[in-house]
Structures are given as structure tokens and as C-alpha cells.
Design a protein around this ligand. Structure first.
Ligand SMILES: Cc1cc2nc3c(=O)[nH]c(=O)nc-3n(C[C@H](O)[C@H](O)[C@H](O)COP(=O)(O)O)c2cc1C
Length: 204
């Protein structure tokens, strides 16, 4: 099976990225992970994690954080425009940007590929491969909405991490799993045991 690109930019919701990585590796997937420079500071602010930028150190770091030994993990430096995922000839199953900052959204929407996330997203769009963007900002300005619309028109799926209550979550972890699994549904993955809607549950 071709690898999936997991891109993490500097928006709030880094726990979703960490859980996505864990679920993908536990499922035995091959993950091409790229974290933006902006995301490094948000990892630290939200989870107290100091993510190394050097790929080998980052791989060891994520293996320890996620407690996984299964699957295959390739980490890429944020600005490595010569990485395999920067080329259309490198096959992937698709790319997910989780979470996507408004800066990253704006640069991809205008075709500006300054870092590896933006270049890989540009490649997925030009190759007509699945690109799922999970934007995190609140509220959205007209600029944000126009950029997201341009990306949807170019073929991206816009899948914001918006919670639901119909599955009756009782912990933050259940809510995180719901969000991650629904984002990866867009690529055809079934990443976990989600209580999917099958009609109303009985009253409690
Ligand atoms: C703790 C923290 C939370 C942030 N949350 C968001 C957010 O939810 N959405 C957003 O667009 N930017 C957010 N930002 C700002 C981005 O990190 C900043 O614009 C950065 O330059 C984005 O870089 P990137 O797009 O290369 O990842 C946040 C910054 C910090 C420090």
C-alpha cells in the first residue's frame, strides 16, 4: 500500500495530529510525516513537547511519544524541498493536513510553496491525488473562507475538526478519536472503533 502524508502545521489541535500518527502506525501504515516550523512552537505550548527537527531524532521521538513499533515512519525536515514527497513521481495514497493553520491554507491556496507542507500539498493538487485539509481557526474571516473555497475548487476536501455529540463522548480522548477518525474517513481509512451513527441510541 502506498504511504500517506501526514502534515502538521502551526494551528491549535496538536493532540489530534499525535493521535492520528499513533492510529496510523498501530494500523501498520507507512507515514510520511512533515511538521511545519510554526507547529514546533504549538507542540510545545499545547503538549509541552520539544519536537526535534532532525529527521532521525524526530522518528525516535515520535516512536517514544506514540508508544508504537508497528508501521513505518519517515520524518521530513520542515523545509526539505528535495524530500521524496516534494515530487509528483513519488506515489502516495493521499495527504492530510491536520491541523491546518490559516497561513498554510493561504499559501497553498495561492500556489506559494515556501516549505515542504506547501510543496507536497501543491503536488497532491497538481497530480489530482486526495488532499484533505483540516483547518483550525475560529472565527473564520472572509479571507480564510475564500482561501478554503479556492482549495475546495482545486479538488481538496475541507474537513475541519468539528466535534459531534451523537456518539455520546464521555472523555476528551473519545472526542479526539471521533475527530481524527472522521478526518481519515475522507481518505477511505477506518482507523478505529468509532460508535458510528446507526439511528438514535436508547435513552439513558
Ligand atoms: C499556541 C498557538 C496556537 C495557534 N493556533 C492557531 C490556530 O488555531 N490557527 C491558525 O491559523 N494559527 C494559529 N497559530 C498561529 C500560527 O502558528 C502562525 O500563524 C504560524 O506562523 C503558522 O505557521 P505554519 O502555517 O507554517 O505552520 C497559533 C500559534 C500558537 C503559538
Amino acid at each position: 500500500m502506498d504511504p500517506v502524508v501526514l502534515a502538521v502545521s502551526g494551528a491549535s489541535a496538536q493532540p489530534l495530529a499525535q493521535r492520528a500518527l499513533q492510529l496510523l502506525l498501530e494500523a501498520g501504515e507507512t507515514v510520511e510525516l512533515v511538521t511545519s516550523r510554526g507547529a514546533i512552537g504549538v507542540w510545545q505550548a499545547e503538549l509541552g513537547l520539544r519536537v526535534p527537527s532532525e529527521p532521525a531524532a524526530q522518528e525516535a521521538f515520535w516512536r517514544e511519544c506514540t508508544g508504537t513499533s508497528s508501521g513505518t515512519l519517515h520524518c521530513h525536515r520542515w523545509n526539505d524541498q528535495a524530500a521524496a514527497i516534494a515530487s509528483g513521481s513519488f506515489r502516495t495514497r493521499g495527504m492530510v493536513i491536520l491541523p491546518a493553520s490559516m497561513g498554510t491554507v493561504g499559501r497553498i491556496a495561492s500556489g506559494v510553496a515556501l516549505d515542504l507542507i506547501e510543496r507536497a500539498a501543491d503536488v497532491h493538487l497538481k497530480e489530482g491525488r486526495p488532499l484533505v485539509i483540516s483547518p483550525r481557526e475560529m472565527p473564520w474571516s472572509l479571507v480564510h473562507l475564500r482561501n478554503l473555497t479556492a482549495l475546495a475548487e482545486a479538488g481538496a476536501r475541507i474537513a475541519p475538526p468539528v466535534p459531534a455529540w451523537y456518539h455520546r463522548p464521555s472523555t476528551i480522548e473519545e472526542m479526539v478519536d471521533f475527530l481524527v477518525i472522521r478526518v481519515f474517513d475522507c481518505l477511505g481509512y477506518d482507523l478505529g472503533s468509532l460508535r458510528r451513527w446507526q439511528g438514535p441510541l436508547p435513552p439513558t
